[in-house]
Design a protein around this ligand. Structure first.
Ligand code: OSB
Ligand code: MG
Length: 381
């Protein structure tokens, strides 16, 4: 395949507003800044990536501003004017920076897009995907009452979503899940706690075992795998890890310890598509199914999610709802739509879309272009 030469990188910082606020155990998101990364190669093709951050470090330690800073001062200087033989090399090139996975993923995914475009292939083909359409689930934020939650679930089940994920927190958990399960005995149902509990809540959490959930996501601390292993021994509901998994090594250790039976892969949280593929393959070898988590992405991050979900071990519907569930208007040229619970992978090259310049302009805070060699700090060669 043809290499890509990174001629220019542009960081477009934009402001986006969700259609409705999204509440989790760590807070409520309504608007956020995101940084859209554009890589331009020598033939004038653009590849796109997105920082799947929000303004506050509440889901994890990164924010849009920290990601922008790490991109500008460290990651872009490393990649500018470089020839990349294959995007799987980018992870190694960026490894001189510790962590900052979301910042790394934003530029790494843009390299995958421009590389696929350069080679005239849709991204899923370059990734080794096996599906042309993917099954879709819906993540529902914490509602005020069990009744409001049930009416939301009814709406999404009617729209055809193949999995319903309910956010839970102390005070909005057992009663809410019970009400949903009583109303919908047969749906694929799961709960996501975003680290709202500790091992002291073990008897409380065990009450969830009676509701036939396909999993409970990240019940315990964001940086834990030991307590999750102990909890999994006591609970019949499969545990899925989200926040705890930042690398292949994290996944390997969690699987070894029996800390989870399912893993949620988020491209941003693990630093890019290459690391996502490695975790996917490891899970497959160990009979751990995976699914693609969501970070309230614009069409750019969402497109990368769709392409990744075509890999064979993504056997559980992801949090990859269509654009219209998040935005009045998305920022990409081919809107992401759902048909009877499935999203088709666009056939175009790369992610199958470009970013719409007009949409960028309407939401723009600033565009910063990087075109020549520069270094603010010493960058290891
Ligand atoms: O824990 O999966 C999560 C959104 C922001 C931060 C963390 C999470 C979420 C979601 C939203 O669950 C999923 C979506 O994008 O629809
Ligand atoms: Mg989660």
């Amino acid at each position: 395949m043809n290499p890509v030469y990174i001629k220019e990188v542009v960081l477009h910082t934009i402001n986006v507003s969700l259609k409705s606020p999204f509440t989790t155990s760590f807070g409520t998101i309504k608007t956020k800044e995101v940084c859209i990364v554009e890589i331009i190669d020598e033939s004038g093709l653009s590849g796109w990536g997105e920082t799947v951050t929000s303004d506050e470090p509440y889901y994890n330690e990164e924010t849009t501003q920290t990601a922008r800073y790490i991109l500008k001062d460290f990651l872009i200087p490393k990649l500018i004017k470089k020839e990349i033989a294959h995007p799987k090399e980018v992870k190694q090139l960026l490894s001189f920076v510790r962590r900052h996975q979301i910042a790394k993923a934003a530029i790494e995914t843009a390299v995958w897009d421009v590389f696929s475009k350069k080679n005239n292939k849709p991204l899923y083909e370059v990734l080794g995907g096996i599906r042309k359409k993917i099954a879709v689930g819906k993540s529902i934020g914490i509602q005020n009452t069990p009744e409001e939650l049930v009416s939301k679930v009814a709406q999404y089940v009617n729209e055809g979503f193949q999995k319903i994920k309910v956010k839970i927190a102390p005070g909005a958990d057992i009663e809410f899940i019970k009400k949903v399960r009583d109303s919908f005995p047969d749906i694929n149902l799961m709960a996501d706690a975003n680290s709202a509990y500790t091992l002291e809540d073990i008897e409380h959490l065990k009450q969830l075992d009676q509701y036939n959930l396909i999993m409970i996501e990240q019940p315990l601390a964001h940086d834990d795998i030991i307590d999750h292993s102990n909890l999994q021994k006591e609970m019949s509901t499969p545990i899925c890890l989200d926040e705890s998994i930042h690398t292949y090594e994290d996944a390997r250790k969690a699987i070894d310890l029996g800390s989870c039976k399912i893993i949620n892969i988020k491209i941003g949280r693990v630093g890019g598509l290459q690391e996502s593929i490695r975790i996917h393959d490891l899970c497959k070898e160990n009979n751990i199914p995976v699914w693609c988590g969501g970070m309230l992405e614009t069409g750019v991050g969402r497109s990368h999610n769709l392409h990744m979900t075509t890999l064979s071990n993504f056997t559980i519907p992801g949090d990859t709802a269509p654009s219209s569930h998040y935005w009045h208007e998305d920022i990409i040229t081919h809107d992401i739509v759902m048909d009877r619970g499935y999203i088709s992978i666009p056939e175009g090259i790369g992610i199958g879309s470009e970013v719409c310049r007009k949409s960028l302009k309407e939401r723009l805070i600033q565009s910063e272009s990087f075109i020549s060699d520069y270094s603010v700090h010493p960058i290891p060669s």
